[in-house]
Design a protein around this ligand. Structure first.
Ligand code: HEM
Ligand code: HEM
Length: 230
């Protein structure tokens, strides 16, 4: 059958991806300085919120966004990598097995980074917790480097621009393999939730008052509880 550009990545998945890139990068760049601590925490929570969304979308989302479509056994990763050395590399419309493992690892590390960041911020642990938080963040950065290298490499080997596909949602394939709906309304709700959260400056009343100076603490406590995005 003639191949044409078909829809693979729905809009929520694409929005999730590029917002995750921006918020993770932002959280990383604002991590060192005390001056940007609030912004760091705000972006860190944004990362967490996005991951929570992705975990849900991985269950109820469209075909190629669903975790079941890219849960490959380790052996499949090996077979895929081996095939890259041949003239006919395995081609996957959705995530390939190697990419899929990096994705699961990034989702898990982002959760661990966010959770330990929350704990460090609320002084639940000692210095070791901050160290652990930093360790998770650095481990995630390492996987991101592998991820981006993998994306560029497989784009070259397959002669297919995967980065452009993460923007347009489209790849070359048989029409019957494409998804039918891009779910723009879900993406719009996610976008509004993220924009609303960032615009509000965050609500750190979930224990953050303990970290604040006494004068600021009463301000924090005056704010309503809850108000989580997502
Ligand atoms: C902080 C940096 C990054 C993180 C945390 C990240 C994370 C992810 C995640 C979680 C996915 C899975 C998407 C999904 O199904 O929900 C993904 C896929 C993808 N990412 Fe990234 N990414 C990052 C940076 C980048 C950059 C800089 C590029 C472009 C050069 C890129 C290109 C892609 C592409 C093309 C895919 C789809 C791969 C495929 O075709 O199977 N990513 N990324
Ligand atoms: C998920 C994305 C996140 C990334 C990539 C990230 C990254 C980092 C890194 C690399 C550091 C170490 C900075 C240094 O060298 O001193 C750090 C520190 C810190 N992060 Fe995060 N973080 C994230 C999320 C969060 C969240 C959600 C919170 C709070 C709710 C948080 C709170 C903190 C605090 C309080 C510190 C300073 C700890 C201290 O020095 O006492 N982070 N973060």
């Amino acid at each position: 059958m003639e191949k044409e550009k078909i829809l693979i990545w729905d809009l929520p998945t694409r929005f999730f991806h590029w917002s995750l890139v921006a918020s993770f990068a932002g959280a990383f760049l604002t991590a060192e300085s005390q001056r940007y601590r609030d912004l760091h925490v705000l972006l860190g929570y944004t990362v967490l919120g996005l991951i929570v969304f992705r975990l849900l979308w991985g269950v109820v989302g469209t075909r190629y966004a669903r975790f079941s479509s890219f849960a490959f056994a380790p052996r499949r990763v090996f077979d895929y990598l081996k095939s890259l050395l041949t003239r006919t590399p395995q081609h996957h419309l959705g995530h390939n097995p190697a990419g899929a493992w990096a994705i699961f690892l990034m989702l898990a590390l982002a959760l661990c980074t966010g959770a330990t960041g929350y704990a460090a911020y609320n002084e639940i642990g000692d210095e070791w917790l901050t160290e652990l938080h930093e360790g998770f963040a650095n481990a995630m950065l390492a996987v991101v480097v592998v991820h981006v290298t993998g994306v560029l490499l497989s784009s070259l080997l397959h002669g297919e621009n995967l980065v452009a596909a993460m923007f347009s949602g489209r790849k070359l394939g048989s029409p019957q393999n494409g998804i039918r709906h891009t779910h723009w309304a879900v993406a719009a709700m996610l976008g509004l939730a993220v924009a609303g959260f960032l615009g509000s400056g965050g609500d750190f009343s979930l224990g953050a008052a303990r970290n604040a100076a006494p004068a600021a603490a009463s301000d924090h406590q005056a704010q309503p509880r809850g108000g989580r995005h997502g």
